[in-house]
Design a protein around this ligand. Sequence first.
Ligand SMILES: Nc1ncnc2c1ncn2[C@@H]1O[C@H](COP(=O)(O)OP(=O)(O)OP(=O)(O)O)[C@@H](O)[C@H]1O
Ligand SMILES: [Mg+2]
Length: 260
Amino acid sequence: MENLLQIHNITKVFGEGTINEKVAIDNLSLTLKDGDFVTVIGNNGAGKSTLMNSIAGSFPLDKGQIIIGGEDVTRLPEYKRAKYIGRVFQDPLKGTAFDMTIEENLAIAAAKCKSRGLQRGISKAEKKEFREKLAVLNMGLEDKMTQKVKLLSGGQRQALTLFMALIAEPKLLLLDEHTAALDPATAKKVLELTDEFAKRDGMCTLMITHNMHDALKYGNRTILMQNGKIMMDIKGSERTDMTVEKLIARFSIDNDRMLL
Ligand SMILES: Nc1ncnc2c1ncn2[C@@H]1O[C@H](COP(=O)(O)OP(=O)(O)OP(=O)(O)O)[C@@H](O)[C@H]1O
Ligand SMILES: [Mg+2]
């Protein structure tokens, strides 16, 4: 097994030298193997989103190194890492061009992978391919190809965003509470699609969730973040045997220790 993602001792401080100074990521290291599906849990402000933004290259780091697929990307700007990375955010309004049609959005996503412009427009063959692929989502989107994305529901839009993130065949999929804004039934559907796609394509997946049950149900490893550090890294047989109750019990012991 190769290590797709290597994070070595990264630190990210916001507002350094001001009264708002915050060490959002504190000397954190993490290695993901090919095919790892890691769920990320932790309190508000623990640094989960900042970890993902660090991987995506949204800002320069204060310290440390990030290697994706053997390439040191630490100093690469966000757009230059984008070929490796697919992202889905909590907000269903992010991630798609909402005033464009479904097929136009899909064409943009596909263009990212083929690294060619959009001047050519969308070919008949591509339309057919998109229709077939969308049908897999089982949400009727294949019959709405020329509808603008802003007319879709939040769940339909998240499914589409996930799908678009995958079209470009990323090596790494970053999901930041991507089902948090959805109703429980739709959230479940989008999570199941996520799981199915992760298994099918075998990319590395990092998924932030506040739902402990989902954190243990999906993926093969769970990390718990607190104060910009990884406090727990649960994998292997420990992960298989983990329950929500045990996790909460361990979490509160650690929490108490932190407060003392
Ligand atoms: N751009 C920013 N500027 C200043 N501070 C920031 C910025 N982004 C994050 N922070 C701070 O860094 C800390 C970690 O934030 P982060 O968004 O990573 O938390 P999180 O674990 O994703 O929380 P949540 O569960 O609420 O989404 C917080 O204290 C936050 O206020
Ligand atoms: Mg967050």
